[in-house]
Design a binder for this molecule. Structure first.
Ligand SMILES: C[S@@+](CC[C@H](N)C(=O)[O-])C[C@H]1O[C@@H](n2cnc3c(N)ncnc32)[C@H](O)[C@@H]1O
Length: 363
């Protein structure tokens, strides 16, 4: 195993110094496993390398894609969640469309009846109050009526972020509206934020998203696929930030954590996809090797083999499954050189004292 410490930069390739670097803020987002806290460090790692196009295979919030976009690189963003792909359309693919405050405010009016009340009927006492469920029903159906694709995606971005910020833990993994409404002392959470109204929150997030929109002169695109089904192309670099699997073998199931947002984007067909046996009305689960400790090694093998001609940059949180040594071994099967960079980092919700942010670069 080769291990390099920070600052020992033996790579010959560096980003051209004459490249324009855009200074554009990324909106505040709440998302499990987002690279927000370490984004400057990730950027520093990427800037050691020379490449003109990137595939962000597990794009999540899009914050890493947005950094690549700011470096003037042609970005292909991918995520298997529809809600994430929609946010990336708004922030990565979109060059110049913004959405007005007035348009966001108008989404709250039932101006195009009849309106379905699916959320009110299905999710009573689960995530939001009755009044909020009614608002989400109306806003969602109005967003689906917006004609401009990027305006629609910006409105969804604002709705998703408003939905997340009002949730305990920012997730939909449990029926726990009671945490907001019961009059008990809380050791965790933010009552003031949870009680902020949807319209105020959506306007705030739409404004933040508007500020992130820019044109880097490249055709940036968004895919919404299982990472292993992405077609091979000559990407200069592929960036790989897979779901985390703990040393005990517990993987993050994103489809489960964010099923409510996935439902919003398929509002008319949501009913067919809900597992009504689950207390929190999740969607039927989808098979995914990337959070399965038995299949994750094989999945990495397939991905690295497919993109063996690209520089491969893997974000990894240690300790986890596979181990760093196992990942390096897999990368070495397909690449000549593998270097590993570590950064100490404490995750907000982690009970473990020491977890490390790691980047592996294979050329
Ligand atoms: C660790 S997060 C990525 C975080 C992202 N880099 C960021 O900073 O926001 C992993 C992402 O992988 C996505 N994902 C999970 N399984 C996937 C699959 N089979 N194909 C593509 N994306 C997948 C999840 O939806 C999630 O957004």
């Amino acid at each position: 195993m080769k291990k390099l410490v920070e600052g020992n930069e033996t790579f010959q390739k560096t980003l051209n110094s004459d490249r324009i670097i855009y200074d554009v803020p990324f909106p505040s987002t709440r998302f499990q496993g987002s690279k927000r806290r370490v984004i400057k460090w990730i950027k520093k790692q990427a800037m050691k390398l020379e490449f003109d196009s990137v595939l962000d295979c597990f794009g999540g919030t899009g914050i890493v894609s947005h950094v690549f976009k700011k470096l003037g690189i042609e970005v292909t963003y991918n995520d298997y969640l529809k809600c994430n792909a929609i946010m990336a359309k708004a922030l990565i693919e979109n060059r110049d469309v913004t959405i007005s405050t007035k348009k966001i405010a108008n989404l709250f009016h039932p101006t195009n009846p009849p309106y379905d009340d699916f959320i009110q009927r299905t999710f009573q006492d689960i995530y939001y109050t009755d009044e909020e469920n009614k608002q989400i029903d109306i806003v969602t159906q109005n967003i689906h009526l917006i004609e401009s694709e990027y305006e629609r995606c910006l409105a969804f971005f604002a709705l998703f972020q408003a939905c997340l910020i009002k949730r305990p833990y920012n997730l939909f993994h449990r029926k726990n509206l009671y945490m907001r409404t019961s009059h008990v002392e809380r050791s965790f959470g933010n009552k003031t934020t949870w009680e902020r109204p949807f319209d105020e929150l959506m306007i705030q997030f739409a404004n933040e998203a508007n500020k992130a929109v820019f044109d880097n002169g490249k055709d940036n695109t968004v895919l919404n696929r299982d990472a292993l089904s992405i077609e091979q192309q000559d990407y200069g670099l592929i960036y790989v930030d897979t779901p985390y699997i703990s040393p005990k073998g517990v993987g993050v199931d994103y489809h489960h954590f964010y099923h409510f947002l996935e439902g919003l984007v398929q509002y008319k067909r949501w009913n067919e996809k809900v597992d009504f046996k689950s207390k929190h009305r999740r969607l039927y689960s989808v098979d995914n090797p990337w959070h399965d400790k038995e299949r994750i090694h094989q999945a990495f093998n397939l991905l690295f083999e497919k993109f063996r001609n690209s520089i491969i940059m893997v974000s990894y949180r240690s300790p986890g499954i596979p181990s760093i040594e196992e990942l390096e071994e897999i990368l070495l099967k397909y690449n000549k050189d593998v270097q590993t960079f570590e950064r100490k980092h404490q995750y907000a919700l982690s009970k473990r004292r020491r977890s490390h942010e790691v980047v592996l670069i294979a050329i």
